[in-house]
Design a protein around this ligand. Structure first.
Ligand SMILES: Cc1cc2nc3c(=O)[nH]c(=O)nc-3n(C[C@H](O)[C@H](O)[C@H](O)COP(=O)(O)OP(=O)(O)OC[C@H]3O[C@@H](n4cnc5c(N)ncnc54)[C@H](O)[C@@H]3O)c2cc1C
Length: 395
């Protein structure tokens, strides 16, 4: 039987980052990932990093390219009824966000892991978690047709929403909170210089649209779509026509009709599973929670979970203290729920919901208040740049 100190399930940003932070503390990890390394490296997802996320990536020693290539954004714009209003994040909070694709974060972390010599198994099949209620957890899996077993001190469940870790916990030991939204996001990625400098969130009478970017030569654009829609129904030309109609103003005339290099539909969901600890199994990132992408929080929240878990494991191995491990779940959940609230709020204000005229009036009032009130903009800005990490108070 193989042995490691921390077995990490899932090589998304959460699992890779936890492995890298622990490696720097001399803690041995084994990373088990269901997909191939090429598949993981190519996956297109988030792109807005909070300053707290950048700090953690720096601490992990993987921020050199991020600092060279990441784009600093001091504000975001919100469009409503033909008007655009800029929320000046920098002036309001003293902080900015960094645009740097999740694909790039993943690549930097994968390269660091290769350099570190830490063990990773890609294309691990039938990963199963055992005995995590007691002191000697184990994981079994198959790789290239052979069965393997690994013993460990702890299991970090970083395997995303559809992973095995959360599903390994007895249902009675977990509470689940969920909201499913009645629409999805159709996203298109294209290699073309963005005609906008900052993200533009638009609430139009035809539905939501988001103009964003991944680099000086790559745009990422989204429109609200029906849950029944299929990607094949959306030619690039149809997407751009609808996007122009929704983004409005003078920007619409500059929207390119560039061919897509990726196009996909994602449903929108809010989800939290509590607690995050079950004996020696700890959940982090999308394995424990999902936010709708409107607040740009999914990746950032995975990073703050991982940072708290890293601190707790570092204390365990360095000082033989379990106090931060005992506090991990409550500490992470406080920040998770704040990000859930903000992501729900952004989603609620910026999309077209079916039917209710009363809700529509409230949405209009809320956006007008945001445009006119310094205090409302401050509240939005401090959440958008990310609430501060909570220091561990028990140590
Ligand atoms: C389509 C899409 C678009 C998104 N867009 C945005 C966005 O614009 N902005 C934003 O902020 N967030 C966005 N997100 C959310 C953000 O990408 C996630 O919050 C982030 O990836 C979470 O990282 P993670 O490591 O926790 O989970 P993941 O990135 O999901 O990684 C989990 C890993 O575990 C692996 N795995 C799963 N099951 C198993 C198993 N049984 N055994 C072993 N390995 C397993 C998976 O293959 C995967 O590599 C998006 C998510 C999706 C799905």
């Amino acid at each position: 039987m193989l042995r490691t100190q921390v077995a990490i399930v899932g090589a998304g940003p959460a699992g890779l980052l936890l492995g890298q932070l622990l490696h720097k503390e001399g803690v041995d990890t084994l990373l088990l990932e269901r997909r191939s390394a090429d598949y993981v490296a190519a996956r297109i997802r988030a792109g807005v990093l909070e300053p707290g996320t950048v700090d953690v990536l720096e601490r992990a020693g993987v921020a050199t390219r991020l600092h060279a290539e990441g784009l600093t954004h001091d504000g975001v714009e919100i469009g409503f009824r033909g008007l655009r209003h800029r929320v000046d994040l920098k002036a309001l909070t003293g902080k900015a966000v960094t645009v740097y694709g999740q694909t790039e974060v993943t690549r930097d972390l994968m390269e660091a892991r290769t350099r570190s010599g830490a063990s990773s198994v890609y294309e691990a099949e039938d990963v199963a978690l055992h005995d995590f209620a007691g002191p000697t957890p184990r994981i079994t899996y198959r790789h290239q047709g052979e069965a393997h077993e690994v013993a460990c001190d702890f299991i970090a469940g970083c395997d995303g929403f559809h992973g095995i870790s959360r599903r390994s916990v007895p249902a009675a030991a977990m509470s689940v909170f969920e909201r499913v939204y009645p629409f999805g996001w159709l996203g298109l990625l294209a290699d073309v210089p963005p005609p906008w400098h900052e993200l533009i969130y638009a609430n139009s009478e035809h539905g939501f649209a988001l103009a964003s970017l991944r680099s000086p030569t790559r745009v990422r654009c989204y429109i609200q779509c029906s849950l029944e829609d299929r990607v094949e129904q959306w030619s690039d030309e149809r997407f751009w026509t609808e996007f122009r109609r929704r983004i409005g103003g003078e920007i619409s005339a500059r929207v390119p009709s560039a061919p897509s290099i990726e196009k996909s539909i994602a449903p929108l969901r809010s989800f939290v599973a509590e607690p995050l600890r079950f004996g020696r199994l700890f959940l982090a990132g999308d394995a424990a929670h999902i936010v709708p992408p409107t607040g740009a929080k999914g990746l950032n929240l995975a990073v703050s979970d991982v940072f708290y878990l890293y601190e707790a494991l570092r204390d365990f191995y360095g000082e033989r203290s379990e106090r931060a491990l005992d506090e991990y779940s409550a500490r992470a959940l406080r920040r998770i729920w704040r990000a859930e609230r903000f992501s729900w709020w952004m989603t609620r204000q910026l999309h077209r919901f079916p039917g209710d005229a009363f809700d529509e009036r409230l949405q209009q009032t809320e956006l007008e208040h945001l445009f006119e009130s310094h205090a409302a903009q401050m509240a939005m800005a401090e959440n958008y740049v990310g609430l501060p990490f909570e220091p561990f108070r028990g140590g």
